[in-house]
Structure formats: structure tokens, C-alpha cells
Write a protein that binds this ligand. Structure first.
Ligand code: PA5
Length: 468
């Protein structure tokens, strides 16, 4: 079970930069408000854009597990590579789960030593990146997993069109048998394409937006193809979800996490929220968290229409690596951050640092374990931050396995729902992203968007302000 240690967010540890313990007292006024909010979220779960809250529960859980396994079974043994084409919420979760739960060398292992095909995720329009993947993946033995709820996202659509061409050239009419699409079950451009060409599909269910979709077939299919226990992933998410229905703030980790970060952000000016796991496998969950926290909470208007310009800047870091890169700033730069550590209890392997080096300065390391060193460095960094009055908290993960990663994902998704409600904003839209999309359409000549081209050219016309 994941735990949340928040002592270092309180004024008792970090002075005026922390919260008064009364703010998180289970008998205090604040806790009563959170209990009320929990009741509201419990009542509205599964409705509107909160459909994601039911992904780990029946009947959706079995429906998705069965559908994902059925398609994965059909694909078994046919492919050496699976290439995910998607972006944002349609890619970051896939990347994070693979990095967390398979070895970093997964793609380099021999086929017999891997539980599934090699996995590549193409989530950008960088031509060198896609070309490199095309060069290494023979279309005859490659499955393309196109993930797009809308089917209109330019990056994914462009990659899909290029890949379709490559497949057609190499395997002809059967190109569509090398594609599994994950998209809206009823509407949208990708749905139309899949129906037209008989492409196998899995659903992005109603009420599940991109950044809340990792526990739907969006994240489950590529994970299952790569041998990850997706039932355990959902089991962990369900267990966390259950804990987060508890109105008692001190027993509800998502409510507490959201309260700490929102209060420190809005009352103490700690608007930069660092997530710093001490495990390489969890580093890319930081990128997934960054989208969730940024896109959900960064809003101009609250739900009453008032301008609030709210949100926090997520930062993805890695311990111990970033102790030698970022921690100088975190301790002596502006005191505007909360640092969230993730500490892992049990690793798959440990290494003992050998004796016999014979160098006095390194003698203290001899015979010690790498886990021991890692944990000491984390604790030392925690101490150093407290000493300079920098609020921080620790999420303890007993082991990096599917169950606990499911818990972690669910924790942050539910914390985001709480934080959105506390800030009074809609955590499920992303209106600011639209302007860039429309301007791109204008620049790329899409019919009906010519005025956007004019707007861009007027705003970004030539100036003398370039150093040449
Ligand atoms: O979180 C979101 O809603 C976005 O990041 C989307 O996932 C992203 O824009 C991709 O959208 P789509 O799945 O429609 O291609």
C-alpha cells in the first residue's frame, strides 16, 4: 500500500514556509470541508468527465480486460514490434507504464527473453524520430497501435498516414491487419476510418479524457502486449480509489495530497511542484504526472467565469541524478516549490559495493548496498531541504510492480480531481490548447481556417529584433 508522509509540509518542520498543522487537523474546519468535497466527488463519480473513476471497477474493468486480451491474443506471435502512435494523454501513460514495469533494456533483449514485441512510442512529428523507427521495424512484422480519441490530432494523423503508406507499399491490401486503433467507439474521424477499412479497435470510453485514460484500453493494450499484468494494474488503482472515498482527510491520500499542494501553492506561494522519484523506473511517470497536473489545473477562468489564472508548474526530476543538477536551486533558489519524493521499499536486485579498493576516501562505501546508498541520499536530501525550510513530502511505494503503479496513477488522478474542485476550476477541459491547434490548421492550409493564417502572420511579422 502506498503511503504519504507529509510532516515536512508543516510549519512544525519548515517554519513559515509550511502549513499550520491546524489546516490538516482531522477535527478542524478545513477537514470538514474536505469531507464534504469527498461526499460530492463520491456522488458524482462516473458521471460527465469523471467516467475515468469507474475504469478499475466492474463492469468496465472486465469488459476492457476481456476486449484488450482478445485483441492481444489475436496478435500474439505475429509481431516483433508494436509501435504506438499517439500524443499527450494518448502516449505519456503508455511510455510511463512500460518504463516502470519492464526492464530499461527491454527492447534490446532477445525475443525469447522478452514477454512481448519490442515497443516504440512515436509521439511527436519529428521526422527523424519516425524515420528511425520505420527503418528498424519491418512492416511485415510490426503492429501499429494508433491511439486517438478524436482522430483529428495532427501529430497522430500525420504519423498514421505515413505508416499506412509504408504498410500498403510493403504488404498491400492487408495493411489494415497491422493496425489496432484505440478511439471513440461511436464518433470521430478515426472511428470513420476504422469502420471504412475494417481496422480492429478498442474503445476510449465516454467520460474519459486523454490525460485520465491510461487505465482504459489506451494504456492497457500496449502494456498487455508487452507482458504487463494489467489486471494487477487495475487492482492497484481500485484499491487506491477505495481509500480515496474516505471522508476522513487523514485516511484519504488523494485528498491530503491535493490539500497540501493547493494550500502550499495558493497560500504560501509554492507554485512549482516537483516530483522526484528515487528509482529510474519511475522517472517517466513524472512526465505523465506533469501533463495531468499542468493541463488539468492551469486555467484562466474558474467555473463561475471569473478570471483566476490558476495552476501550478509541475517539474519532473529524478533522485539521485538531480541532486547533482537541480537540488542547488531547490535549496537556495526562490522558495517557491514543493518537492515530492517517491521512495521505493524493495528493488528487484541489489548490488553490494565490493571491499578491497584500498582508497581511504572511499572506504565508507565498502561492503554497503546500493539500495542503502540510495536511501541514505534520499533521506539526506530530505533533511537538507527541511534545513532550508523547503516543504517536501514522500510517497512510499513498497515495490515497483503493477499493483503499486496502479495505486500511484489512481492517487494522482484523484488528487487532480480534488485539486480542480478546491481551485474551483474545470479540471477536464483544455481550452488554451485549441488556439495553437487552429493556428496550425491555418498554417497548414486546412479549409475554413484561412483567417488563422492571417492572424499568425500579423502577430508574428518580420521585426529587426533578431541577432544575426
Ligand atoms: O489530455 C488530453 O486530452 C490531450 O493530451 C489528448 O490526449 C491529446 O491531445 C491527444 O488527443 P487525441 O487522443 O484526441 O488524439
Amino acid at each position: 500500500m502506498l503511503t504519504l508522509d507529509y510532516a515536512n509540509c508543516l510549519s512544525t518542520r519548515v517554519g513559515p514556509h509550511g502549513l499550520d498543522p491546524a489546516r490538516v487537523d482531522p477535527n478542524g474546519r478545513q477537514a470538514q470541508g474536505i469531507a464534504e468535497l469527498t461526499k460530492q466527488l463520491n456522488a458524482s463519480r462516473g458521471t460527465g468527465w469523471q467516467g475515468w473513476r469507474e475504469l478499475a471497477n466492474e463492469p468496465m474493468r472486465s469488459a476492457h480486460l476481456n476486449a484488450v486480451h482478445a485483441v492481444a491474443n489475436q496478435c500474439e506471435g505475429r509481431f516483433d514490434n508494436i509501435v504506438v502512435l499517439g500524443i499527450g494523454g494518448s502516449a505519456l501513460g503508455n511510455i510511463a507504464i512500460q518504463a516502470a514495469l519492464n526492464k530499461p533494456t527491454y527492447n534490446l533483449l532477445d525475443t525469447a527473453d522478452r514477454p512481448g514485441p519490442r515497443l516504440f512510442v512515436v509521439d511527436n512529428v519529428d521526422p527523424d524520430n519516425l524515420q528511425a523507427v520505420l527503418d528498424i521495424c519491418d512492416p511485415k512484422t510490426t503492429l501499429y497501435n494508433v491511439v486517438s480519441k478524436s482522430g483529428e490530432t495532427a501529430e497522430t494523423a500525420a504519423a498514421f498516414m505515413i505508416v499506412r503508406n509504408a504498410l500498403q507499399e510493403r504488404i498491400g491490401k492487408k495493411w489494415s491487419t497491422h493496425i489496432v486503433a484505440i478511439t471513440d467507439p461511436a464518433k470521430g474521424t478515426m472511428r470513420t476510418i476504422c469502420d471504412q477499412f475494417g481496422i480492429d479497435t478498442l474503445p476510449v470510453p465516454d467520460g474519459v479524457g486523454g490525460r485520465f485514460s491510461v487505465l482504459s484500453p489506451v494504456g492497457l493494450f500496449s502494456a498487455a502486449m508487452c507482458g504487463i499484468d494489467i489486471d494487477a494494474l487495475l487492482g492497484g488503482a481500485q484499491a487506491m480509489d477505495k481509500r480515496c472515498t474516505n471522508p476522513d482527510l487523514t485516511k484519504n491520500p488523494a485528498a491530503m495530497l491535493a490539500l497540501l499542494l493547493v494550500e502550499l501553492g495558493t497560500r504560501k506561494g509554492k507554485t512549482n511542484h516537483v516530483l522526484m522519484p528515487y528509482a529510474n523506473s519511475l522517472k517517466l511517470l513524472g512526465d505523465w504526472y506533469a501533463q495531468l497536473w499542468a493541463e488539468s489545473l492551469g486555467k484562466k477562468y474558474d467555473t463561475t467565469g471569473e478570471v483566476v489564472f490558476t495552476g501550478f508548474t509541475p517539474i519532473s526530476a529524478l533522485g539521485t541524478t538531480d541532486q547533482h543538477s537541480q537540488v542547488q536551486l531547490y535549496r537556495e533558489g526562490p522558495n517557491d516549490k514543493v518537492i515530492g519524493f517517491v521512495e521505493v521499499g524493495e528493488f528487484d536486485s541489489d548490488l553490494t559495493i565490493p571491499t578491497g579498493m584500498g582508497v581511504e576516501a572511499l572506504g565508507y562505501l565498502e561492503g554497503k548496498s546500493m539500495i542503502g546508498l540510495l536511501n541514505a541520499e534520499k533521506r539526506a536530501t530530505e533533511y537538507a531541504l527541511v534545513e532550508s525550510q523547503r516543504p517536501n513530502f514522500t510517497i512510499k511505494m513498497p515495490k515497483v510492480d503493477a499493483h503499486h503503479v496502479g495505486e500511484f496513477i489512481s492517487l494522482w488522478q484523484i488528487a487532480t480531481a480534488y485539486a480542480g474542485a478546491m481551485l474551483g476550476i474545470d479540471a477536464y477541459d483544455q481550452p488554451a490548447v485549441e488556439t495553437g491547434k487552429k493556428a496550425t490548421f491555418g498554417l497548414m492550409g486546412r479549409e475554413g481556417y484561412a483567417d488563422w493564417l492571417t492572424k499568425v502572420d500579423e502577430a508574428l511579422g518580420e521585426t529587426p529584433y533578431t541577432v544575426k
